[in-house]
Design a protein around this ligand. Structure first.
Ligand SMILES: Nc1ncnc2c1ncn2[C@@H]1O[C@H](COP(=O)(O)OP(=O)(O)OP(=O)(O)O)[C@@H](O)[C@H]1O
Ligand SMILES: [Mg+2]
Length: 585
């Protein structure tokens, strides 16, 4: 239950509405118990009428009893409406706050976190788990308050009638509570197991939707469907087992209520015969016992709600307590000029233990360009990630404008970096919004900027061929763009920012050599005065760079200008030769 403590800050935030809620709960409980008094009164009148038919009782007395019963029921109902309007509404506010808190935290976490956790799991926590927590902040709190208020009120009313009879009804309560506690512990175990399975199912379903193309082309639908069926079968099994335990509660409660009724009618009857109480008191009693039924019957359900919420909150806390490794340590503004210096940088990926970079050193001056070429897995993309500070280095140092990268304002650094990642990602939005994504404000002239960016990325012609032009939807529910079109939109998105640092990670791999030449020609103009990092497998894309680094297994194999490297007659010269032959042939 400790995990739920973190929610207290929300209760504090909504203390007024919560306080009102408790007030309404109490009023509702008291008002709904009063009809018992008038029921007793009416029964007594009836008893009198039967025993002494000669005494005339005005009909008005009966009618008034009825009116009071109805009046109290209506008033109680009104406060029930108000208690839902306060406590349940508060729980919706808390749900909203909590979702935002979790999402903000997700956004602050580094890439390692996303590598470690399944997307389905992340989604479950922000949806499923938050809803379960809401069942605690809303219904559970409301029913607990209601149970307390009703039990206290009913007991007071009972004692007022006759304390001995009250004792008969109250005595079994501790035993009852113990049994409820035991059973709900079982429910807790089972619902945790159920929740875990649900996470697996979500992750599995999500992966199969994202990978639908691969699944279909490899004819693996059956395999995935079977796997899904197995997962859901296990989920069903756990769900049924939980339902069985829960089903035990209701009959048990009804049995206990029946027992109380028999006992109070028996004792009440004896007391009536000995003349200590009136027969109407028995009917009041029956009414009070029925008032207690629902709060107790719901106790098991409420405890299971709380336990489920606690389990969910534990899972949420686990994420909320993950500290982002990459933090902005400088809140003042950093003016980025674009000098990048790697000093003996080594980097190991934490999850895999792969040493991606080994003692890399180079310097790029503001406004000049550097290119990285090398075989797959040689560490090119890793260098790009490190410049954006997606990770921090293990040893060595990266300097931006002669300042260690950790001391540079992270947001300024990223604002001044136009990054075209190797794996293009476009949002399910219009092309124009995808391109303007990097711009902070939508100022006047933005449309003009989008057009220019699209032209420079050589994707303009493609876009205007779509019926909806720049308003064409892309992504999951939009048109499917070709790999090359996606790459060029991604380039437009980076250059529209007019950043000081441009990083192109293999961004021309999916375009033909003609388009490549066109884009390179455009970029040359754009790259003027900006630091550019170009990563490629092709010599043709990088030969004009001011400085070229050839990577091999995370180490620098060769470096220099195109001409110098050709002169060395090493790997680069060989690569150039092979690729020119390919092109020529
Ligand atoms: N996020 C990651 N987590 C763990 N290991 C990684 C990660 N990214 C890359 N690696 C590993 O680091 C090494 C260098 O990868 P990197 O992506 O930098 O290569 P690359 O030169 O860009 O290759 P390519 O030309 O295929 O894009 C590889 O061995 C790769 O398996
Ligand atoms: Mg790469």
């Amino acid at each position: 239950m400790k995990s739920l403590k973190v929610l207290n800050k929300y209760f504090l935030k909504y203390k007024v509405i919560l306080g009102l809620g408790f007030l309404f709960v109490t009023l509702n409980s008291v008002l709904l118990t009063f009809p018992g008094v008038f029921l007793g009164k009416a029964t007594n009148l009836l008893g009198q009428l039967i025993k002494h038919p000669e005494i005339k009782i005005p009909a008005g007395e009966f009618i008034w009893c009825g009116i009071y019963i109805i009046l109290f029921a209506i008033l109680g109902g009104f406060f029930m409406f108000l208690m839902r309007q306060t406590i349940i509404v508060m729980s919706r506010h808390i749900e909203y706050d909590q979702k935002n808190e979790i999402f903000d935290h997700y956004q602050s976490l580094d890439q390692n976190f996303y590598k470690r956790n399944y997307t389905g799991d992340l989604m479950n926590r922000i949806n499923e788990d938050v809803s379960r927590v809401r069942m605690y902040t809303g219904p559970a709190i409301m029913y607990i308050a209601n149970t307390l208020a009703t039990v206290v009120t009913a007991i007071i009313f009972m004692v007022k009638v006759d304390w001995r009879m009250a004792l008969v009804v109250i005595a079994p309560l501790p035993i009852l509570s113990f049994i409820i506690y035991k059973v709900s512990a079982r429910i807790n175990e089972k619902s945790t197991a159920l929740q875990e399975k649900l996470s697996d199912i979500t992750s599995h379903a999500q992966e199969s939707f994202s990978g639908v193309r691969v699944i279909k082309s490899f004819n693996r639908q059956d395999f995935f469907a079977n796997k899904f069926e197995n997962e859901t079968a296990e989920y069903k099994k756990r769900g049924l087992s939980l339902a069985l335990t829960e089903a035990f509660f209701m009959p048990f409660m009804i049995f206990m209520v029946g027992l109380s009724l028999i006992l109070s009618v028996y004792f009440g009857g004896m007391l009536t015969i000995s003349g200590e109480i009136k027969s109407g008191d028995i009917s009041s009693y029956v009414f009070y016992i029925f008032r207690l039924t629902w709060p107790f019957a719901s106790l098991g359900w409420v405890t299971s709600l709380i336990q489920r919420a606690a389990a969910s909150q534990t899972r949420i806390n686990e994420f909320l307590q993950t500290v982002p490794k990459i933090k902005n340590e400088n809140t003042s503004h950093s003016e980025i000029k674009g000098k990048i210096e790697f000093k003996n940088v080594s980097f190991v990926y934490e999850e895999t233990g792969i040493k991606a970079l080994d003692a890399i050193s180079f310097t790029v001056n503001p406004g000049s360009s550097i290119a990285f070429i090398g075989p797959s897995g040689s560490g090119k993309s890793t260098i790009a990630s490190l410049i954006c500070r997606m990770f921090d280095v293990n040893s060595g140092e990266i300097l931006i404008d002669n300042t260690p990268i950790k001391k540079v304002n992270l947001f300024d650094l990223r604002a001044e970096t136009g990054y075209v990642p190797q794996e293009v990602f476009l949002f399910s939005d219009t092309i124009s919004n995808n391109i303007s994504f990097g711009l902070k404000e939508k100022n006047a002239g933005t449309d003009e900027k989008i057009l220019t960016a699209a032209k420079n990325a050589a994707v303009y012609e493609n876009i205007i061929d779509f019926p909806e032009k720049f308003n064409t939807m892309v992504g999951e529910r939009g048109v499917t763009l070709s790999g090359g079109q996606k790459q060029r939109i991604s380039i437009a998105r980076a250059i529209i920012k007019e950043p000081k640092i441009l990083i192109f990670d293999d961004c021309l791999s999916a375009v033909d050599t003609e388009t490549e030449d066109e884009i390179l020609g455009n970029l040359e103009k754009l790259m003027k005065g900006k630091t550019s990092i170009i990563i490629s497998h092709r010599v043709s894309s990088i030969k004009n760079a001011d400085f070229i680094v050839v990577l091999e297994n995370g180490k620098i194999a060769e470096s220099g200008t195109h001409q110098q490297l050709l002169g060395y007659n090493g790997v680069y010269a060989l690569l150039n030769k092979l690729q020119t032959v390919e092109k020529g042939g």
